[in-house]
Design a protein around this ligand. Structure first.
Ligand SMILES: C[S@@+](CC[C@H](N)C(=O)[O-])C[C@H]1O[C@@H](n2cnc3c(N)ncnc32)[C@H](O)[C@@H]1O
Length: 413
């Protein structure tokens, strides 16, 4: 999970219907378009391989399952978005009685082959279809899914897990799953979500990425000035009147989002070194996978309070990442709790990396300076699977003096 959805040209047979995809927050996208832009990438083995090669991701799910076999032994399991079938296969190997492995794309064909090659065809049933539309023959004890996108919520796939939970996870205890959704209450249930919790983090960073972009822009402008000079000298026409629109065009190309409205920058993928984090990290969102609803994740609003920790440095922007936890349920907790983190790391980088939100120009800061930043994330108006983020705030120096306030908008595309 976490690849750009437009990386691969759509297959001709990918679009299947004219319905609408997405449950809200951003623009609902025609289902055929959603399939072509988002799902079809997952129909390719190279993309599944990328995820299967992410050791941090794989180890976390593997350990979560095999160090908590009691959650799987004799149980019915639903794997939401099974892809190659890996999590369904592990669930079966851990002792599940039955595993329903639902996948929207033709990857189901490879998943079925893999299941059979591992002699698990009597336990794992691969079902091709969208999670929102398939019908299972029974309710399940456990839902497992790897639904996390860049900065956790990009791709909006958690909506499908919520839908699966509310339709197919066994209603247990005294409060029905409907009541659980409405009131956000946890009853005396022992049904399990894998993962069970998720968090989004933001921290101030320094980064050379912005310098590179500015250098590219300045290089393009130097080239323009030579071109203007040459055109005047050789052909007798003064093009300098076009310098401003050319500069705006290049600024947009190098510094702003390709598909977004003006004055929005694109966030960038980065594999940050921990030393690039220059202040305390703040959790901007905590998700309880048992109770949170789509309404709870449509918008994220938070205040980031952070202090600069590392001497005199440049605040180049913010880095965002996430972690998820496998804790089981209140009544049936994990024997071994597992964490999957995508925080900056020297040895344990993931394919999700971090999302980087850069400021131009960087701001000079010193140890002890305090940041007070409003964080707001909405689904994009153009596509509910992409995100718009706004960061606005102020920095109070340790002397008490305030630096000019800032407001930046970003597009997570
Ligand atoms: C991040 S991949 C994970 C694949 C596999 N579970 C793994 O861990 O390697 C997510 C998969 O979910 C599928 N998917 C996403 N939304 C879905 C939905 N609503 N219904 C069925 N499959 C879905 C995608 O096609 C993709 O193969």
């Amino acid at each position: 999970m976490g690849d750009k959805p437009n990386d691969v040209e759509p297959e001709n047979n990918a679009a299947t219907s004219n319905g609408e995809a997405g449950v809200g927050g951003g623009a609902t996208v025609d289902k055929g378009v959603d399939f072509a832009q988002y799902f079809c990438t997952y129909a390719f083995l190279y993309h599944q391989k990328e995820m299967l090669s992410d050791r941090v991701r794989m180890d976390a799910y593997y350990n979560a399952i095999f160090q908590n076999k009691h959650h799987f032994q004799g149980k019915t399991v639903l794997d939401v978005g099974t892809g190659s079938g890996i999590l369904a296969i592990w669930s079966a190997q851990a002792g599940a009685r039955k595993v329903y492995a639902v996948e929207a794309t033709k990857m189901t064909e490879h998943a079925r082959t893999l299941v059979a090659a591992n002699n698990l065809q009597d336990v794992v049933e691969v079902i091709e279809g969208s999670m929102e539309e398939v019908t299972l023959p029974e309710k399940v004890d456990v839902i497992i899914s790897e639904w996390m996108g860049y900065f956790l919520l990009r791709e909006s796939m958690f909506d499908s897990v919520i839908c699966a939970r509310d339709r197919w996870l066994k209603p247990t205890g005294v409060i029905s799953s409907l009541a659980r959704v409405i009131y956000g209450l946890i009853s005396g249930d022992d049904d399990i979500r894998y993962p069970s919790h998720a968090r989004m983090w933001m921290a101030p960073i320094r980064s050379g990425l912005g310098d590179k972009k500015i250098n590219d822009y300045e290089g393009a402008m130097d080239d323009w000035y030579s071109f203007v000079k040459e055109t005047k000298t050789v052909y007798g026409v003064d093009m300098s009147v076009l310098t401003k629109p050319f500069s705006e065009e290049q600024k947009k190309y190098y510094l702003q989002a390709k598909n977004a409205i003006k004055f929005m920058q694109t966030s960038m993928w980065s594999n940050l070194h921990p030393q690039q984090v220059i202040g305390t990290a703040a959790a901007v969102k905590e998700i309880d996978c048992s109770t949170d609803t789509v309404d709870d994740i449509l918008k994220v609003r938070s205040t980031i309070l952070s202090s600069i920790t590392g001497g005199c440095t440049r605040l180049c922007g913010f880095g965002g990442w996430f972690d998820v936890h496998f804790r089981g349920s209140k009544e049936d907790p994990a024997q071994k709790e597992i964490e999957l983190t995508t925080a900056p790391s020297i040895d344990n980088g993931t394919h999700w990396g971090q999302q980087v939100f850069l400021f131009y120009p960087p701001i000079s800061v010193s140890e002890g300076d305090n940041l007070n930043v409003s964080f707001s994330m909405n689904r994009s108006k153009e596509n509910h699977r992409l995100m718009d983020i706004e960061l606005s705030g102020e920095i109070k120096q340790s002397s008490g003096e305030a630096l000019p306030s800032f407001r930046n908008r970003f597009y997570v595309e």
